[in-house]
Ligand binder design. Structure first.
Ligand code: NDP
Length: 347
């Protein structure tokens, strides 16, 4: 077993939350190690154009954006390990994180392993991801202006996505495998009342049709008759749910029923002091790169404050880079939330 020195901070997961946490933590001299996972970049890696991330005036491809995030954190000294964590032990400090036979130790940990959009699991879906197959209407609806699109799913997400898509698309067909819907009645009624939305029930998407690398339609199969029909469509929105990537943590960190981690209100702190969580691993409501990045920054600041408190200079921890303990004796500004902030803080 390889033994590694104890670090201040290890960040598990490399998506918008993890890389933003790494950027902030690196600038705070915490020398973070990001164990980013083999599939680093997260859901952005299967997204093409991103036009709603502030600062990218012309938009950017999802994978490129993740490379930018990573490079920016690296510039300030964040280190990366492109491996999957195999187990964690948060029962005592330093926390222990295993990657196969190698063990890494840290005084604080940020969990930012994200969530994965469930996929239909068909080859043509995978091939056309980011080329008309999408898992996020808020992100991609804009690209389907004046086109017909198909939404798969029968839950609230499918209804919400279908309704949102009607702002752009000429027609939205919701394909659902049953004729009973999991969606709440109010969402279902709203979708049913929308003239642009049609429903096809008791049917599944059998194949995504494409030409020249773009979606041109979907082949659906009627589950009662076995008959197949080709629906012309410029896009397919798969809205069959998300799964938080939390299997490794469920026995140690508090979570809700679907497995999303629970953090204290207004903070990224989990039930274990020194372990923080950020991004989609906590959030099943907003699920945006920008919101994940925001909570990543919060987690780094929370971790910094936690470590500084241990070192006896908590009040100075709002500043980045971290200042030395003796300097922390200087007068401090106390915010209305009761948190003390250094008057010399600069971020
Ligand atoms: P759900 O798990 O509620 O629904 C998933 C849907 O996808 C189900 O209809 C399911 O069918 C279908 N499905 C699952 N796998 C497949 C598959 N392989 N092929 C075809 N269909 C499939 O997920 P949601 O993301 O819709 O919702 C998750 C949670 O978030 C819910 O609690 C929901 O209420 C909440 N939410 C709330 C919103 C709001 O209030 N505005 C908006 C979005 C979500 P079946 O029913 O047959 O299992």
């Amino acid at each position: 077993m390889t033994d590694n020195d104890t670090r201040d901070l290890i960040i598990i997961g490399g998506g918008p939350a993890g890389y933003t946490a790494a950027l902030y933590a690196a600038r705070a001299n915490l020398h973070p190690l990001v164990i980013e996972g083999v599939g680093w970049g997260g859901q952005l890696m299967i997204t093409s154009d991103v036009e709603n991330y502030p600062g990218y005036v012309e938009g950017i491809l999802g994978p490129e954006m993740m490379r930018d995030f990573r490079t920016q954190a690296e510039r300030f000294g964040a280190e990366f390990l492109t491996e999957d964590v195999t187990s964690v032990d948060f029962s005592e400090r330093p926390f222990r994180i295993s990657v196969g036979d190698d063990e890494y130790r840290a005084r604080a940990v940020i969990v930012s392993t994200g969530a994965s959009a469930r996929q239909l699991g068909i080859d043509s879906e995978r091939e056309l991801q980011g080329k008309g197959v999408s898992y996020c209407a808020v992100c991609d609806a804009f690209f389907f202006r004046d086109k017909e699109v198909v939404v798969v799913g029968g839950g609230d997400s499918a209804m919400e996505e279908a309704i949102f898509l009607t702002k752009f698309a000429t027609k939205v067909t919701v394909v659902h495998r049953r004729d009973d819907f999991r969606a709440s009645p109010i969402m279902l009624d709203r979708a049913r009342a929308n003239e642009k939305i049609e429903f096809v029930t008791n049917a599944v998407v059998e194949e995504v049709l494409g030409e020249e690398g773009r979606v041109t339609g979907v082949r659906i199969r009627d589950l009662n008759t076995g008959e197949t029909t080709d629906l012309p469509a410029g896009g397919l929105f798969v809205a069959v749910g998300h799964d938080p990537n939390t299997k490794l943590f469920l026995e140690q960190l508090e979570h809700d029923e679907p497995g999303y981690l629970i953090t204290q209100q207004g903070s990224t702190a989990t039930n274990i002091p020194g372990v923080f969580a950020a991004g989609d691993v906590v959030d099943h409501v907003y699920r945006q790169a920008v919101t994940a990045a925001g909570t990543g920054a919060m987690a780094a600041l929370d971790a910094e404050r936690f470590l500084a408190a241990e070192e006896g200079h908590e009040a100075a921890a709002l500043a980045a880079p971290r200042i030395e303990a003796e300097e922390a004796e200087a007068p401090l500004a106390v915010t209305s939330s009761g948190r003390a902030g250094s008057a010399r803080a600069s971020v």
